[in-house]
Design a protein around this ligand. Sequence first.
Ligand code: ATP
Ligand code: FE
Length: 355
Amino acid sequence: LTILGIESSCDDTAAAIVRIGPDGTQILSSVVAGQTDLHADFGGVVPEIAARAHAERVDICVEDALAQADIALAGVDAIAVTAGPGLIGGVLAGVMCAKGLALATGKPLIGVNHLAGHALTPRLTDDLAFPYLLLLVSGGHCQFLLAEGPDRFRRLGGTIDDAPGEAFDKTAKLLGLPQPGGPAVERAARDGDPRRFPLPRPLLDRAGCDMSFSGLKTALLRARDAVVAEKGGITVQDRADLCAGFQAAVVDILTEKSRRALAEYLTLAPAQPAFAVAGGVAANGPIRAALQGLAKSAGATFHAPPLALCTDNAAMIAFAGAEALQAGHTSGLDLAARPRWPLDSTAAPLLGAGK
Ligand code: ATP
Ligand code: FE
């Protein structure tokens, strides 16, 4: 089974070819064209600029993905595309491209939930069976999910305000670091003292696994302003210490809430307890290390995709499309783009939407 995946929901245009065979799953190619430079002057992703860039680049990404995989379009068995959630203009650019290819080739079209793409990625790279506990932690989302099947996710808890990726990006912006903020903050934090600026860990002692990150951002802003008021500016060391303090708080929140989510998951007595983490923030070294340690102490296996498969890519969309196809789902050519599409929704099928 050879699947073409297309992704264009935020600021990365991506295409990939994934093959599922008797001897496992292979990523034959994975092309990602980022847009960081296009949005750099605006301090965030500008939806209109993103949509235009996706429309201009998506065909080229598909051609590159096919060329790198050394196959022709006719050699593809199905076309999977992100149908939401995300910035509607970008999603539409990908969906229209996929519909054109499906129409031209007569191959099945599969509309994929972007979050299902992230959530299933640990199965793309590891031998991981359902049900597993998943922490989906990205630029726009943060939730604990019980992954019961390729289109069955039960939410155990999650952020009540911001997503950690957003908090990393805002922290970078406040401290004059480049976007995307996550990698920049992680790098700066390596030389920092996490104890110099003790930032809050909201909801840490509250039962359940809901989280909050907005107070952390405000506290960081105050800490920065206090340094600026005292010295007239911030030094490289101040910045490193602020980043380290921020990252340590995120690690503590995610670890403590994961502990609670794991305890809840383990009451289900899964045959092979497994804890997976996915989404852009799962690329963070200290977060991965802390969660790995936690899984080990709880007697669960730990699964974190390689860094390039944590952030947005189309291999995860191709793989989620393959899972949908194998479950018998495809979409019609009337597939609609959905700006909002919760992963734990029971109202609409998560994969193969539109039919
Ligand atoms: P969503 O998937 O929720 O719709 P998105 O697709 O924009 O949002 P992803 O691409 O999954 O988000 O993740 C991007 C986010 O991950 C950004 O906020 C970025 O700062 C963050 N991120 C990337 N690398 C790291 C890192 N090393 N440490 C922390 N955060 C990171
Ligand atoms: Fe994403």
